[in-house]
Design a protein. Sequence first.
Length: 363
Amino acid sequence: MSTETTRPAGGAPANTNRIGLTRADYDGSKTTLCPGCGHNAITGGIIQAAWEAGLEPHRVAKLSGIGCSSKTPAYFLGHSHGFNAVHGRMPSIATGVHAANRELLLIGVSGDGDTASIGMGQFVHLVRRNVPVVYIVENNGVYGLTKGQFSATADIGSTQKTGKANELMPIDLCALAIELGCGFVARSFSGDQKQLRPLLKAAFAHRGTAVLDVISPCVTFADHEGSTKSYAAVKEHDAPLHDIEFVPYFEDITVDYEPGTTREVTMPDGSQIYLKKLTADYDPTSRENALRVVHEARRENKLITGLLFVSPEDPPFDAELKLMDEPLASLSLDRVRPPKRVLDEIIETLRTGKGAASAGGGG
Ligand SMILES: Cc1ncc(C[n+]2csc(CCOP(=O)(O)OP(=O)(O)O)c2C)c(N)n1
Ligand code: SF4
Protein backbone atom coordinates (compact mmCIF):
# COMPACT_ATOMS: atom_id res chain seq x y z
CA MET A 1 0.00 0.00 0.00
CA SER A 2 1.23 3.49 -0.59
CA THR A 3 -0.30 6.21 1.53
CA GLU A 4 -0.22 9.92 1.02
CA THR A 5 -1.00 12.25 3.88
CA THR A 6 -2.45 15.66 3.16
CA ARG A 7 -2.19 16.80 6.76
CA PRO A 8 -0.47 20.18 6.93
CA ALA A 9 3.06 20.24 8.25
CA GLY A 10 3.51 21.47 11.82
CA GLY A 11 1.03 20.83 14.64
CA ALA A 12 1.87 18.15 17.19
CA PRO A 13 5.53 17.06 17.54
CA ALA A 14 6.40 13.85 15.70
CA ASN A 15 6.56 11.74 18.86
CA THR A 16 3.08 12.70 20.04
CA ASN A 17 -0.29 11.51 18.78
CA ARG A 18 -3.33 13.55 17.77
CA ILE A 19 -4.13 14.45 21.39
CA GLY A 20 -0.54 15.41 22.18
CA LEU A 21 0.43 12.29 24.18
CA THR A 22 3.60 10.24 23.82
CA ARG A 23 3.60 6.46 23.61
CA ALA A 24 4.93 6.37 27.18
CA ASP A 25 1.73 8.06 28.34
CA TYR A 26 -0.03 4.77 27.51
CA ASP A 27 2.30 2.58 29.57
CA GLY A 28 1.25 0.84 32.76
CA SER A 29 3.31 -0.67 35.53
CA LYS A 30 6.15 -3.11 34.88
CA THR A 31 5.05 -6.64 33.95
CA THR A 32 5.47 -9.44 36.47
CA LEU A 33 4.77 -12.18 33.91
CA CYS A 34 7.37 -14.69 32.69
CA PRO A 35 9.81 -13.22 30.16
CA GLY A 36 8.70 -14.29 26.69
CA CYS A 37 5.05 -14.79 27.66
CA GLY A 38 2.81 -13.99 24.69
CA HIS A 39 0.63 -11.86 26.96
CA ASN A 40 3.46 -9.30 27.28
CA ALA A 41 3.53 -8.88 23.49
CA ILE A 42 -0.24 -8.30 23.46
CA THR A 43 0.20 -5.66 26.16
CA GLY A 44 2.75 -3.95 23.88
CA GLY A 45 0.29 -4.17 20.97
CA ILE A 46 -2.50 -2.59 23.03
CA ILE A 47 -0.22 0.28 24.15
CA GLN A 48 0.90 0.98 20.59
CA ALA A 49 -2.61 0.70 19.12
CA ALA A 50 -4.13 2.93 21.83
CA TRP A 51 -1.42 5.53 21.21
CA GLU A 52 -1.84 5.42 17.44
CA ALA A 53 -5.63 5.61 17.80
CA GLY A 54 -5.26 8.60 20.11
CA LEU A 55 -7.51 7.09 22.78
CA GLU A 56 -8.07 9.45 25.67
CA PRO A 57 -6.83 7.45 28.67
CA HIS A 58 -9.42 8.95 31.04
CA ARG A 59 -12.16 7.68 28.72
CA VAL A 60 -10.98 4.07 28.84
CA ALA A 61 -11.90 1.42 31.41
CA LYS A 62 -9.85 -1.79 31.56
CA LEU A 63 -11.62 -4.86 32.87
CA SER A 64 -10.49 -8.40 33.51
CA GLY A 65 -11.10 -11.62 35.40
CA ILE A 66 -8.43 -13.85 36.98
CA GLY A 67 -5.36 -15.39 35.36
CA CYS A 68 -1.94 -14.31 34.09
CA SER A 69 -3.79 -12.71 31.16
CA SER A 70 -6.21 -10.95 33.48
CA LYS A 71 -3.28 -9.35 35.33
CA THR A 72 -2.16 -7.52 32.18
CA PRO A 73 -4.46 -4.45 32.38
CA ALA A 74 -2.11 -3.29 35.15
CA TYR A 75 0.66 -3.16 32.54
CA PHE A 76 -0.99 -0.80 30.02
CA LEU A 77 -2.83 2.53 30.12
CA GLY A 78 -1.84 3.41 33.66
CA HIS A 79 -3.97 6.58 33.58
CA SER A 80 -7.22 4.78 32.72
CA HIS A 81 -9.95 3.36 34.92
CA GLY A 82 -9.74 -0.32 35.78
CA PHE A 83 -11.54 -3.13 37.58
CA ASN A 84 -10.10 -6.60 38.15
CA ALA A 85 -13.17 -8.79 38.62
CA VAL A 86 -13.38 -12.33 39.98
CA HIS A 87 -12.70 -15.36 37.78
CA GLY A 88 -14.89 -15.38 34.65
CA ARG A 89 -17.05 -12.46 35.79
CA MET A 90 -15.55 -9.65 33.75
CA PRO A 91 -18.57 -9.53 31.37
CA SER A 92 -21.03 -8.66 34.18
CA ILE A 93 -18.78 -5.88 35.40
CA ALA A 94 -18.36 -4.61 31.84
CA THR A 95 -22.12 -4.61 31.31
CA GLY A 96 -22.62 -2.59 34.50
CA VAL A 97 -19.85 -0.14 33.63
CA HIS A 98 -21.31 0.41 30.20
CA ALA A 99 -24.84 0.93 31.51
CA ALA A 100 -23.51 3.47 34.02
CA ASN A 101 -21.23 5.36 31.64
CA ARG A 102 -21.49 4.94 27.89
CA GLU A 103 -18.76 7.49 27.31
CA LEU A 104 -16.07 5.00 28.34
CA LEU A 105 -14.36 2.69 25.87
CA LEU A 106 -14.15 -0.70 27.54
CA ILE A 107 -11.14 -2.96 27.00
CA GLY A 108 -11.71 -6.38 28.54
CA VAL A 109 -8.81 -8.81 28.84
CA SER A 110 -9.47 -12.44 29.63
CA GLY A 111 -7.83 -15.84 29.27
CA ASP A 112 -9.09 -18.97 27.56
CA GLY A 113 -9.63 -20.44 31.03
CA ASP A 114 -11.34 -17.31 32.32
CA THR A 115 -13.64 -17.14 29.27
CA ALA A 116 -14.15 -20.67 27.95
CA SER A 117 -14.68 -22.45 31.29
CA ILE A 118 -15.87 -20.58 34.38
CA GLY A 119 -16.86 -17.46 32.43
CA MET A 120 -18.58 -19.14 29.50
CA GLY A 121 -22.13 -18.20 30.49
CA GLN A 122 -21.08 -14.61 31.03
CA PHE A 123 -19.21 -14.44 27.73
CA VAL A 124 -22.15 -15.86 25.78
CA HIS A 125 -24.62 -13.32 27.12
CA LEU A 126 -22.27 -10.36 26.75
CA VAL A 127 -21.86 -11.23 23.08
CA ARG A 128 -25.56 -11.94 22.59
CA ARG A 129 -26.44 -8.55 24.10
CA ASN A 130 -23.80 -6.81 21.98
CA VAL A 131 -22.35 -4.89 24.93
CA PRO A 132 -19.66 -2.58 23.50
CA VAL A 133 -16.46 -4.13 24.83
CA VAL A 134 -13.19 -4.84 23.06
CA TYR A 135 -12.99 -8.38 24.41
CA ILE A 136 -9.46 -9.78 24.08
CA VAL A 137 -8.91 -13.46 24.89
CA GLU A 138 -5.21 -14.18 25.45
CA ASN A 139 -5.45 -17.80 24.38
CA ASN A 140 -2.65 -20.21 25.34
CA GLY A 141 -4.69 -23.42 25.72
CA VAL A 142 -3.79 -23.73 29.39
CA TYR A 143 -4.51 -22.26 32.81
CA GLY A 144 -1.13 -20.54 33.11
CA LEU A 145 -1.64 -19.01 36.56
CA THR A 146 -2.54 -22.35 38.15
CA LYS A 147 0.35 -24.26 36.56
CA GLY A 148 -0.68 -25.37 33.11
CA GLN A 149 -3.81 -27.56 33.25
CA PHE A 150 -5.56 -27.86 29.85
CA SER A 151 -8.14 -25.21 29.16
CA ALA A 152 -11.28 -25.74 27.09
CA THR A 153 -9.56 -24.33 23.98
CA ALA A 154 -6.79 -26.96 24.00
CA ASP A 155 -6.79 -28.97 20.76
CA ILE A 156 -7.39 -32.71 20.74
CA GLY A 157 -4.03 -34.47 20.89
CA SER A 158 -2.20 -31.41 22.20
CA THR A 159 0.05 -32.49 25.08
CA GLN A 160 0.97 -31.07 28.45
CA LYS A 161 4.64 -30.83 29.44
CA THR A 162 4.24 -34.17 31.22
CA GLY A 163 3.22 -35.78 27.90
CA LYS A 164 -0.45 -36.17 28.85
CA ALA A 165 -2.66 -35.65 25.77
CA ASN A 166 -5.94 -33.73 25.70
CA GLU A 167 -8.83 -35.92 24.58
CA LEU A 168 -11.66 -33.40 24.69
CA MET A 169 -13.05 -31.31 21.84
CA PRO A 170 -11.79 -27.73 21.89
CA ILE A 171 -14.19 -24.81 22.12
CA ASP A 172 -13.55 -22.36 19.28
CA LEU A 173 -14.39 -18.96 20.74
CA CYS A 174 -14.44 -17.25 17.33
CA ALA A 175 -16.88 -19.78 15.88
CA LEU A 176 -19.02 -19.41 18.99
CA ALA A 177 -18.97 -15.60 18.83
CA ILE A 178 -19.93 -15.66 15.14
CA GLU A 179 -22.75 -18.09 15.88
CA LEU A 180 -23.99 -15.82 18.69
CA GLY A 181 -24.30 -12.86 16.33
CA CYS A 182 -21.15 -10.96 17.31
CA GLY A 183 -20.51 -8.07 14.92
CA PHE A 184 -16.68 -8.13 15.06
CA VAL A 185 -14.71 -11.35 15.34
CA ALA A 186 -10.97 -11.65 14.72
CA ARG A 187 -8.20 -14.10 15.43
CA SER A 188 -4.54 -13.19 15.65
CA PHE A 189 -1.22 -14.18 17.16
CA SER A 190 0.76 -12.31 19.82
CA GLY A 191 3.86 -12.68 17.63
CA ASP A 192 2.25 -10.90 14.66
CA GLN A 193 2.07 -7.26 15.70
CA LYS A 194 1.65 -6.15 12.09
CA GLN A 195 -1.71 -7.92 12.05
CA LEU A 196 -2.68 -7.43 15.69
CA ARG A 197 -2.35 -3.64 15.85
CA PRO A 198 -4.77 -2.74 13.03
CA LEU A 199 -7.20 -5.33 14.36
CA LEU A 200 -7.08 -3.67 17.79
CA LYS A 201 -7.60 -0.22 16.29
CA ALA A 202 -10.52 -1.48 14.24
CA ALA A 203 -11.98 -3.07 17.37
CA PHE A 204 -11.66 0.28 19.21
CA ALA A 205 -13.78 1.84 16.43
CA HIS A 206 -16.50 -0.84 16.65
CA ARG A 207 -19.75 -0.05 18.51
CA GLY A 208 -20.65 -3.44 19.91
CA THR A 209 -18.85 -6.47 21.27
CA ALA A 210 -15.57 -6.99 19.41
CA VAL A 211 -14.04 -10.41 20.11
CA LEU A 212 -10.31 -10.83 19.46
CA ASP A 213 -9.01 -14.32 20.11
CA VAL A 214 -5.24 -13.89 20.23
CA ILE A 215 -3.09 -17.00 20.40
CA SER A 216 -0.54 -16.17 23.08
CA PRO A 217 2.01 -18.87 23.91
CA CYS A 218 2.66 -19.72 27.57
CA VAL A 219 6.43 -20.20 27.59
CA THR A 220 6.39 -21.89 30.98
CA PHE A 221 3.69 -24.55 30.48
CA ALA A 222 2.81 -24.78 26.77
CA ASP A 223 5.78 -23.99 24.55
CA HIS A 224 7.06 -27.54 24.10
CA GLU A 225 6.83 -29.93 21.17
CA GLY A 226 3.33 -31.42 21.27
CA SER A 227 1.62 -28.18 22.27
CA THR A 228 -0.42 -26.72 19.41
CA LYS A 229 -0.19 -23.23 20.91
CA SER A 230 3.61 -23.02 21.13
CA TYR A 231 5.51 -20.35 19.17
CA ALA A 232 6.80 -22.98 16.75
CA ALA A 233 3.38 -24.59 16.14
CA VAL A 234 1.62 -21.27 15.59
CA LYS A 235 4.29 -20.09 13.16
CA GLU A 236 4.04 -23.35 11.24
CA HIS A 237 0.23 -23.40 10.95
CA ASP A 238 -0.61 -19.68 10.78
CA ALA A 239 -2.64 -18.96 7.64
CA PRO A 240 -3.49 -15.24 7.46
CA LEU A 241 -6.63 -14.45 5.45
CA HIS A 242 -5.47 -10.99 4.36
CA ASP A 243 -3.09 -8.13 5.02
CA ILE A 244 -4.98 -5.61 7.08
CA GLU A 245 -4.65 -1.82 7.24
CA PHE A 246 -6.74 0.51 9.37
CA VAL A 247 -7.15 4.17 8.54
CA PRO A 248 -8.83 6.10 11.37
CA TYR A 249 -11.40 8.81 10.57
CA PHE A 250 -9.05 11.54 11.78
CA GLU A 251 -6.19 10.64 9.39
CA ASP A 252 -6.37 12.58 6.17
CA ILE A 253 -4.78 9.81 4.16
CA THR A 254 -5.31 8.66 0.60
CA VAL A 255 -4.87 4.93 0.28
CA ASP A 256 -3.58 3.81 -3.05
CA TYR A 257 -4.22 0.12 -3.64
CA GLU A 258 -4.33 -1.65 -6.99
CA PRO A 259 -8.01 -1.74 -7.99
CA GLY A 260 -9.70 -5.00 -7.08
CA THR A 261 -7.05 -6.07 -4.59
CA THR A 262 -8.75 -4.92 -1.40
CA ARG A 263 -12.05 -5.16 0.36
CA GLU A 264 -12.97 -2.09 2.37
CA VAL A 265 -15.16 -1.89 5.46
CA THR A 266 -16.37 1.44 6.85
CA MET A 267 -16.76 1.65 10.61
CA PRO A 268 -19.51 3.73 12.29
CA ASP A 269 -17.09 6.61 13.02
CA GLY A 270 -15.98 6.78 9.37
CA SER A 271 -12.70 4.89 9.87
CA GLN A 272 -11.79 2.43 7.13
CA ILE A 273 -10.53 -1.13 7.30
CA TYR A 274 -8.65 -2.29 4.20
CA LEU A 275 -8.31 -6.04 3.75
CA LYS A 276 -5.79 -6.91 1.10
CA LYS A 277 -6.28 -10.25 -0.55
CA LEU A 278 -3.61 -12.80 0.08
CA THR A 279 -4.41 -16.04 -1.67
CA ALA A 280 -8.16 -16.18 -2.12
CA ASP A 281 -10.71 -13.38 -1.83
CA TYR A 282 -12.45 -13.44 1.53
CA ASP A 283 -15.77 -11.82 2.34
CA PRO A 284 -15.70 -10.86 6.06
CA THR A 285 -19.33 -9.69 5.97
CA SER A 286 -20.80 -13.16 5.51
CA ARG A 287 -21.47 -15.00 8.75
CA GLU A 288 -21.96 -18.33 6.96
CA ASN A 289 -18.71 -17.91 5.07
CA ALA A 290 -16.83 -17.06 8.25
CA LEU A 291 -18.10 -20.17 10.04
CA ARG A 292 -17.27 -22.34 7.04
CA VAL A 293 -13.71 -20.99 6.93
CA VAL A 294 -13.17 -21.56 10.66
CA HIS A 295 -14.46 -25.15 10.40
CA GLU A 296 -12.40 -25.90 7.29
CA ALA A 297 -9.28 -24.53 8.97
CA ARG A 298 -9.75 -26.87 11.90
CA ARG A 299 -10.16 -29.83 9.55
CA GLU A 300 -7.00 -28.86 7.68
CA ASN A 301 -5.05 -28.20 10.88
CA LYS A 302 -4.53 -24.54 9.98
CA LEU A 303 -4.68 -21.51 12.22
CA ILE A 304 -6.72 -18.99 10.26
CA THR A 305 -5.97 -15.42 11.40
CA GLY A 306 -7.37 -12.04 10.42
CA LEU A 307 -10.75 -10.31 10.52
CA LEU A 308 -13.11 -13.28 10.32
CA PHE A 309 -16.41 -11.41 10.48
CA VAL A 310 -17.53 -7.80 10.69
CA SER A 311 -20.96 -6.19 10.73
CA PRO A 312 -20.44 -2.60 11.93
CA GLU A 313 -24.07 -1.48 11.93
CA ASP A 314 -25.60 -3.98 14.39
CA PRO A 315 -27.40 -2.07 17.20
CA PRO A 316 -25.36 -2.15 20.42
CA PHE A 317 -26.70 -2.91 23.88
CA ASP A 318 -27.45 0.72 24.82
CA ALA A 319 -29.53 1.29 21.67
CA GLU A 320 -31.51 -1.84 22.38
CA LEU A 321 -32.08 -0.77 26.01
CA LYS A 322 -32.99 2.76 24.87
CA LEU A 323 -30.65 4.21 27.47
CA MET A 324 -30.62 8.01 27.68
CA ASP A 325 -27.59 9.77 26.20
CA GLU A 326 -26.34 11.22 29.47
CA PRO A 327 -24.30 8.67 31.45
CA LEU A 328 -26.28 7.30 34.41
CA ALA A 329 -23.14 7.84 36.48
CA SER A 330 -23.40 11.61 36.11
CA LEU A 331 -27.15 11.95 36.79
CA SER A 332 -28.13 13.48 40.11
CA LEU A 333 -29.90 11.22 42.59
CA ASP A 334 -33.26 12.90 42.11
CA ARG A 335 -33.09 12.04 38.39
CA VAL A 336 -32.18 8.40 38.97
CA ARG A 337 -34.52 7.57 41.85
CA PRO A 338 -38.30 7.86 41.28
CA PRO A 339 -39.82 10.32 43.77
CA LYS A 340 -41.99 9.03 46.62
CA ARG A 341 -45.14 10.24 44.83
CA VAL A 342 -44.47 7.90 41.90
CA LEU A 343 -43.72 4.92 44.14
CA ASP A 344 -46.93 5.59 46.10
CA GLU A 345 -48.91 5.61 42.87
CA ILE A 346 -47.36 2.33 41.72
CA ILE A 347 -48.13 0.67 45.06
CA GLU A 348 -51.68 1.99 44.93
CA THR A 349 -52.10 0.59 41.42
CA LEU A 350 -50.80 -2.80 42.49
CA ARG A 351 -52.98 -2.78 45.64
CA THR A 352 -56.26 -1.76 44.01
CA GLY A 353 -55.68 -2.72 40.40
CA LYS A 354 -56.86 0.81 39.50
CA GLY A 355 -55.14 3.93 38.26
CA ALA A 356 -52.09 4.38 36.07
CA ALA A 357 -48.71 5.14 37.53
CA SER A 358 -47.39 8.48 36.28
CA ALA A 359 -44.06 8.69 34.54
CA GLY A 360 -41.08 8.96 36.89
CA GLY A 361 -38.61 11.80 37.18
CA GLY A 362 -38.76 15.18 38.84
CA GLY A 363 -39.68 15.82 42.47
C1 LIG B 1 -13.67 -19.22 41.41
C2 LIG B 1 -12.26 -19.57 41.08
N1 LIG B 1 -11.97 -20.81 40.64
C3 LIG B 1 -10.70 -21.13 40.32
C4 LIG B 1 -9.71 -20.22 40.45
C5 LIG B 1 -8.28 -20.64 40.12
N2 LIG B 1 -7.80 -20.05 38.88
C6 LIG B 1 -7.13 -18.89 38.88
S1 LIG B 1 -6.67 -18.41 37.34
C7 LIG B 1 -7.35 -19.80 36.67
C8 LIG B 1 -7.27 -20.07 35.19
C9 LIG B 1 -6.48 -19.09 34.43
O1 LIG B 1 -6.37 -19.49 33.10
P1 LIG B 1 -6.55 -18.49 31.90
O2 LIG B 1 -7.78 -17.70 32.05
O3 LIG B 1 -6.44 -19.27 30.65
O4 LIG B 1 -5.37 -17.47 32.07
P2 LIG B 1 -3.79 -17.63 31.91
O5 LIG B 1 -3.28 -17.71 33.32
O6 LIG B 1 -3.50 -18.85 31.12
O7 LIG B 1 -3.41 -16.39 31.22
C10 LIG B 1 -7.93 -20.60 37.64
C11 LIG B 1 -8.61 -21.88 37.36
C12 LIG B 1 -10.04 -18.93 40.91
N3 LIG B 1 -9.13 -17.97 41.04
N4 LIG B 1 -11.33 -18.63 41.22
S1 SF4 C 1 2.83 -19.01 33.46
FE1 SF4 C 1 2.53 -18.92 31.25
S2 SF4 C 1 0.78 -17.55 30.96
FE2 SF4 C 1 1.57 -17.20 33.03
S3 SF4 C 1 3.04 -15.52 32.82
FE3 SF4 C 1 4.19 -17.41 32.66
S4 SF4 C 1 4.30 -17.81 30.46
FE4 SF4 C 1 2.65 -16.33 30.77
